[in-house]
Design a protein around this ligand. Sequence first.
Ligand code: ADP
Length: 254
Amino acid sequence: MEDTMAYTNTTVIQAIGLTKDYGDGEAAVHALRDVDVAFEQGRFTAIMGPSGSGKSTLMHTLSGLDTVTAGEVIFDGRDITKLNDNELTLMRRHDVGFVFQNFNLLPMFTAEQNILMPLTLAGEKSDREWFDRLTTTLGLTDRLRHRPNELSGGQQQRVAIARALITKPKVVFADEPTGALDSASSAEVLGFLRGSVREFGQTVIMVTHDPVAASYADRALVVADGRIVRDISDPEAAAMSELLTDIRDLKTAR
Ligand code: ADP
């Protein structure tokens, strides 16, 4: 698994010996067991694995949403496991964008206000050119005055992607971004995520259980039982699907 560990000068995030337990003693759940992994800039990575394998925990510890039990997470050159709450808040605000399964838009605000919210909260001015480019690329220009309940699921997720990209974050984390969408909207949303990698050099890390969604990524990591058990370049849907079935069968057989 040297490939997983490789540090290059374009590495944006690296986990070293990343370990996360929930609870302690006999009742402890070992959600992540000594994980070493590096993510390069401008790549789209899918994290897959059976339910309960540690995917969300990996995403939450890499993005500073959750604390670690042991190990380091080097984000853009600094170990974020050592940051205090205030520093973590600033780091998440500036350097990380999040896309969630259920969009998490604020219902009282228009699409435009939602997209600009990270800047509003930080008291920062928007870069109008970037806003226009994002909303044009995402096909949102005639939806900007709509509130979330006036938009389809796919449109809401496109608003959420624009919101995630508005601060030009170092990394976008997407947690089952197509989990609540039909297949046409899913394809659209995944196409935009991949487009942000290709066109803007965005780094995207996406948790998904869907092998078709993973096939949009440049790389797929497969997590099982708190460990990365596969690191695959240019994943294909059929092969990923087979691999996941094999891993599930292994688990049941044990
Ligand atoms: P996945 O995202 O792959 O479904 P998770 O990272 O959510 O897996 O969970 C990994 C393991 O950690 C599971 O056994 C889960 O039950 C456990 N776990 C996750 N969050 C908590 C928590 N807050 N408290 C206790 N156990 C947890």
